[in-house]
Design a protein around this ligand. Structure first.
Ligand SMILES: C[S@@+](CC[C@H](N)C(=O)[O-])C[C@H]1O[C@@H](n2cnc3c(N)ncnc32)[C@H](O)[C@@H]1O
Length: 304
């Protein structure tokens, strides 16, 4: 599946003061230990992460960022972070920025992560949502706003399929992320057996996995058909009109500053129908409280 990309205007990053040391065009043999990340280069990378993706990277993460940049240096056959930053300041920056964001994002996820949300969805959120849809136009719309490699949206689809096995309602799950690499993996729906076996034993079967490769399985077709994957940057305008019945925006706002979090919560409010559900990550409670949301359970909110 092709994953459409939002193309926001990007600021140009100023050239570093002074001449930049250049290596020749010969194939680089990189000794990782020799590659340094200067304060100036760290500031450039952190500035791009903040401007482009809202991600705040503090100085104590410099070693982690250096490790992630090595992946781009290897891919581009560059010998130094300085050369890489030079590229980011030059005319080819637009082509490189998505790749940089892909290595800067943290994509940790799991099937049925923070299980209490899926238990809530199964017992309360979805039955009420389906009943609401059955009284109305029969449509159920769910947005998974930081879908990473797909474990979260497929977990939602598994619960939807368990609660609505007759499929008599029009249920669609939109799964988005900024990172094009993880979206490609999510779209493929193929996971190692080991990853699936880490899911809670009583929920694993709901994923309806089919054999794929030697050590891999594919999420069942009944679940895959409920999903649409799209690239979406949460700090850019959201093109969807809504309304949504539920939004899961979990374990992503921890990377954002206060005003960015507030903007995402405000826009989620606008996109949810009254009575719609907002699920946040375990350390992302609404603080200060939002007057439009009622706290229902552990980081589960309902639009008033
Ligand atoms: C730690 S993962 C969380 C995945 C999943 N929601 C979960 O709870 O298991 C955070 C995800 O947020 C995505 N992300 C980071 N900044 C983003 C942004 N500005 N817009 C959209 N997604 C973003 C990352 O690419 C990453 O896949």
């Amino acid at each position: 599946m092709s994953v459409p990309v939002l193309s926001p205007a990007r600021p140009r990053y100023a050239a570093a003061p002074g001449p930049l040391p250049r290596t020749g065009g010969e194939a680089a043999s990189i000794d990782d230990a020799d590659i340094q990340l200067s304060k100036e280069d760290f500031a450039l990378i952190a500035g791009i992460a903040r401007d482009q993706a809202g991600i705040v990277i503090r100085a104590h993460k410099a070693a982690m960022i250096r490790g992630r940049l090595l992946r781009r240096l290897r891919a581009l056959n560059l010998r130094s972070v300085r050369d890489y930053c030079d590229l980011l300041r030059g005319p080819d920056a637009d082509a490189e920025l998505p790749q940089l964001l892909n290595v800067l994002t943290t994509n940790h996820t799991a099937f049925f992560r923070e299980r209490h949300h899926f238990d809530h969805m199964r017992a309360h959120g979805l039955p009420e949502t389906l009943a609401h849809a059955a009284r109305g136009d029969g449509r159920v719309r769910i947005w998974c706003a930081a879908a990473s490699t797909g474990e979260e949206p497929y977990s939602i689809a598994a619960i939807v399929n368990a609660v609505n096995p007759g499929r008599n309602l029009d249920v669609r799950i939109l799964a988005t992320d900024i990172d094009t690499d993880v979206l490609a993996r999510a779209t493929a729906a193929e996971y190692s057996r080991e990853v699936v076996e880490r899911a809670p034993a009583d929920l694993r079967g709901l994923l309806q996995c089919e054999p794929a490769g030697r050590d891999t399985v594919r999420i069942g077709a009944n679940l895959r058909r409920l999903l649409t994957f799209r690239q979406l940057n949460l700090v850019q305008p959201w093109p969807m009109r809504g309304p949504f019945d539920a939004i899961l925006c979990r374990n992503v706002m921890i990377y954002f500053d206060g005003p960015t979090k507030k903007s995402i919560v405000d826009r989620s409010f606008d996109l949810l129908r009254p009575g719609g559900w907002l699920y946040l990550g375990h350390s992302e409670s609404l603080s200060p409280p939002h007057p439009g949301f009622e706290l229902i359970g552990r980081t589960v909110y309902r639009r008033r």
